[in-house]
Design a protein around this ligand. Structure first.
Ligand code: AMP
Ligand code: ZN
Ligand code: FE
Ligand code: FE
Length: 278
């Protein structure tokens, strides 16, 4: 895939199952021009991804996927090329990660009434990573209760489950402003993902655009085609750049690296705005 970039990938620094180095090697094997690492709420994998990408002659774009909410809807925001030491954004991200830890612990407590899993099995998967429901899923799979993450989500980890506990999320418009303040480029992730009950409202997209949203991930394997037209119209009306990416999670999800991608021109446009362009 010459000249193509996968702009949404997860490593073991959050809920992917492969290291940043392995993602880089896989991207090179596929013939991608480059990739962005976008772990949830952490930049922990940037250094490794950057170093291995350079060895392999790949173009690396630093990124992250931020846990946000808008009107109580869980809304993921991609952020590219921001300065990771920017204080206000960093403080909010620490709050998000701390909340995830307490929330996962509470979910495991609830689950342990009916399943023989303990907190240790979840937390021993790594202290440096952003913890999430996929790690609880992995513990349930290891204990033999479910075949894979998808089955665990469908049965006990979905938001209407009695075991579910919400976690702190930044207001989406605040996150957009914080990313811009940190010299980053904000892109709305998978706004029509079928796992949620509805797509992001086009009026919300207008509000996000006013706050500084730059792009919108309309080309994503989980976006529902029948939900896309109003979003494509909103994107055009507000001058948002449309991006494509796979949301690769290694073996944690069926999404394959490079199955959706963005053009080099898109990456160049992001770089022109970014405080940390590579
Ligand atoms: P959390 O951030 O803890 O709320 O967990 C959400 C994460 O779980 C997202 O990053 C998704 O990629 C992942 N996820 C959601 N549904 C599924 C599923 N059915 N199978 C595997 N991973 C999932
Ligand atoms: Zn994820
Ligand atoms: Fe997401
Ligand atoms: Fe993602």
């Amino acid at each position: 895939m010459p000249g193509r970039y996968d702009l949404h990938t997860h490593s073991v620094y959050s809920d992917g199952t492969t290291s940043p180095a392995e993602i880089a090697a896989e991207a090179a094997a596929l013939g991608l021009a480059g990739f962005a690492l976008t772990d949830h709420d952490t930049v922990g994998g940037w250094d490794e991804a950057r170093a291995v990408a350079a060895e392999l002659g790949l173009d690396f774009l630093p990124g992250m996927e931020i846990t946000t909410r808008h009107d109580w809807r869980s809304t993921h925001l991609l952020a590219y090329g921001f300065e990771p030491s920017a204080a206000p954004l960093g403080i909010e991200l620490t709050r998000v990660r701390d909340s995830r830890l307490g929330r996962a612990r509470e979910m495991v407590d609830r689950l342990s009434a009916d399943f023989d899993i303990d907190w240790h099995a979840v937390i021993e998967q790594g202290a440096d990573r952003t913890i999430g429901r996929p790690h609880i899923a992995d513990a349930l799979v290891s204990a033999g209760y479910f075949a894979d993450r998808g089955a665990a989500f469908a049965d006990v980890l979905h938001p209407r489950s009695r075991y579910y506990v919400p976690t702190y999320a930044i207001e989406t418009v605040d996150a957009i402003r914080l990313v811009r303040e940190a010299g980053g480029v904000p892109v709305l992730a998978h706004p029509a993902a079928g796992r949620q009950s509805r797509a992001v409202d086009p009026h919300a997209v207008a509000e996000f655009a006013r706050a500084g949203l730059w792009g919108i991930e309309l080309d994503h394997p989980e976006n529902r085609a029948d939900w896309l037209p109003p979003l494509a119209e909103a994107a055009a009306r507000h001058g948002l750049v449309v991006t494509g990416a796979s949301d690769y999670h290694g073996a944690g999800k069926p999404n394959r690296l490079g199955e959706r991608s963005s053009r080099a021109e898109t990456v160049e446009a992001i770089r022109a705005l970014a405080a940390v362009p590579r």
